[in-house]
Design a protein around this ligand. Sequence first.
Ligand SMILES: Nc1ncnc2c1ncn2[C@@H]1O[C@H](COP(=O)(O)OP(=O)(O)OP(=O)(O)O)[C@@H](O)[C@H]1O
Ligand SMILES: [Mg+2]
Length: 381
Amino acid sequence: MGDVLLELRGIDKHFPGVRALKDARLDVRRGEVHALIGENGAGKSTMIKIVSGVYQPDTGEILLDGRRVEFSNPREAHSAGIATIYQELGLYPELSVSENIFMGHAPTMKRFGFQAIDWEEMEWQAAALLAELNIHNLDVGAKVGALNVGNRQRVEIAKALSLDAQILIMDEPTAALTESDVEQLFSIVRLLRERGVSIIYISHRLNEVFELADRVTVLRDGEYIGTQDVTDTSEAELISMMVGRTIENLFPKQTAEIGAVVLEVRHLNRPPLTRDISFSVRAGEIVGMAGLVGSGRSETAQVIFGVLPAESGEILLNGQPVKINRPSEAVDHGIGYVPEDRGHQGLIREMTIRENTSMAVLELVSKNTFISRAKEQALAI
Ligand SMILES: Nc1ncnc2c1ncn2[C@@H]1O[C@H](COP(=O)(O)OP(=O)(O)OP(=O)(O)O)[C@@H](O)[C@H]1O
Ligand SMILES: [Mg+2]
């Protein structure tokens, strides 16, 4: 294992009303996979955005290869060899694989006295980069928008390599991947590590930490809790570092009284993804719905909630058949839905917490079409 390549010391970062990082630390060695873990809001994304030049720290310093660096923007971090793959991928869907990989640094040639993009060379280099990563069935001329998530992520990794990254940061890269895409991602990560690239890997999944990482750093409430060799720690220890107390199980099972059937779904259909779904849910019960990415779990929830109303089949609430054609009708029946993609489907990020809280129940806080700020406030807190 190599020497320390990247070091963060005493990093503080405030946002209005939040101290996202307090005296946070991190050291990453050359050629290691370093996992960064912590609960929601622990400060992981803020920390890597500081490393990648998106945010500047209020105080603290970043050392790269022993030298102090300051990144005013992502471009400066790129030039220093730091590439970041965010969860929301940053590709151009209308452009091809090779254009995305070489966006901003395409190979050029002189043509009629002008400097022009050398398209042939670019495609050739893109294909070579993909081959280096053992990615063989991806057409460099294909539009990125037509690729699945796994392939888009591979394009991002190739792009990072085209920039000669010595540090590759991945923020929850497996969140939207299928099982086989996860395996392929892991083998690419291992390949990069063998080549001496350092990888900072953010994940919520402890099994991935044990499978992939060499060391792991835990953040809690913006503070540095500790760094462990993966071989010297256990799942139970990492969980207690993350939550701040000793527990065996992150989500201990609670006993609840199970009552009568509240919701029953019979032969629900909304092709192509929801076909002949039947199940029932009792009062006080948590029912898990399992399946691979693309198997139709979210779509089934959306059929019940009226986002994509059913074409046939029945929904019964407390034994009575109901018709749900739009989300407001589901809400009237006492059904709530917390979507998978909170940023796009769950919240309006430009609006306040107060406004988001009342959005689906405006009639509770308004009179004659005027919203009462005071009632809205009372609802939200
Ligand atoms: N741009 C911002 N403006 C205001 N507050 C922010 C901003 N970005 C992050 N925060 C706040 O800073 C804290 C740390 O957030 P951060 O996104 O770094 O956590 P995280 O560990 O990545 O969480 P998650 O696991 O949910 O991705 C949170 O309280 C968050 O609400
Ligand atoms: Mg995050």
